[in-house]
Design a protein around this ligand. Structure first.
Ligand SMILES: NC(=O)c1ccc[n+]([C@@H]2O[C@H](COP(=O)([O-])OP(=O)(O)OC[C@H]3O[C@@H](n4cnc5c(N)ncnc54)[C@H](OP(=O)(O)O)[C@@H]3O)[C@@H](O)[C@H]2O)c1
Length: 253
């Protein structure tokens, strides 16, 4: 058999990225569009989604649809999915990226409201979107689902325990949904390490730099450094990869 290079091309595909307006989501949406996909940028702030969509469409020539939605609100997600199928008629790649990781000083400071919000945004919304989009992918031409998890899922720090539990749940959903919608829909997770995004603006950078000396790469990641892994999982290059949890963390112990 003749050997061939794997294809990372996304021409003719549609990618829906939650939390696509900033940080890792914005980098992935831009990377998908540069690889040929039309993209949907979904987050709570419609104005920043619109600004991001305009920038991506202008720089890549692809179509980019902004959509304002709170992924923790179950009832808003049908509207998102309906709007995307109305506009494009398909979704080939779903990235459950929207997330938040509030820190606290003591576990007794965690209120029920905070706990519920962290679970709703990081886990519940991803579940509902996988159910809605995955079933439509399976009934159509198939697709690829990518969940953005965290190293906290397997190395939980005491100051983010509800978040760590939500991301561990997301890892479990990743394996389960690979079976629910296989063989035509693949479902994988990226277990992200420490990336410099808006979340890092409030960090004690000196303390972080000291901690990063224990990473194999001895530094945090830039948002564009998640794009290669996302493109791999989104495209035919990963045609035999499903139910996988891929670490992209610079060798974080
Ligand atoms: N950065 C890291 O070091 C790191 C490490 C491990 C895992 N991760 C994971 O990677 C993902 C992206 O993180 P990031 O660092 O890029 O975060 P970020 O810069 O804070 O961006 C978060 C994105 O999610 C959107 N978002 C937040 N809450 C939302 C909600 N309820 N509904 C809809 N959209 C919402 C935000 O837009 P709006 O504010 O407009 O809603 C924004 O587009 C998250 O799942 C995070 O847990 C990040």
């Amino acid at each position: 058999m003749a050997s061939r290079s794997p294809s990372f091309d996304l021409s003719g595909k549609v990618a829906l990225v939650t939390g696509g307006s900033r940080g890792l989501g914005r980098a992935m949406a831009g990377g998908f569009a540069a690889a040929g996909a039309d993209v949907v940028i979904a987050s709570r702030d419609g104005a920043s989604c619109a600004e991001c969509a305009e920038e991506i469409a202008g720089s890549t020539g692809r179509r980019a649809l902004p959509y304002a939605v709170h992924v923790g609100h179950w009832d808003e997600l049908d509207g998102l999915v309906d709007a995307v199928y109305r506009e494009f008629g398909r979704v080939d790649v779903l990235v459950n990226n929207a997330g938040m990781s509030p820190v606290y000083d003591d576990v007794t400071d965690v209120t029920e409201a905070l706990f519920d919000k962290v679970i709703d945004v990081n886990l519940k919304g991803a579940f509902r979107l996988m159910a809605l989009v995955g079933s439509r992918m399976a009934a159509g031409e198939g697709g690829s689902i990518i969940n953005i998890s965290s190293v906290a899922a397997t190395r939980p720090r005491p100051d983010v325990l509800p978040y760590a539990a939500a991301k561990a749940g997301l890892n479990a959903l990743t394996v389960g949904f690979a079976h629910a919608f296989g063989p035509t829909v693949r479902c994988n997770a990226i277990m992200a390490g420490t990336f410099f995004t808006d979340v890092s603006k409030h960090w004690d950078m000196a303390a972080f730099e000291a901690r990063a000396q224990r990473f194999a790469l001895k530094r945090g990641g830039r948002p564009d450094e998640i794009v290669g892994a996302a493109l791999y999982l989104a495209s035919d290059a990963s045609s035999y990869t499903t139910g996988a949890i891929l670490s992209v963390d610079g060798g974080q112990p």
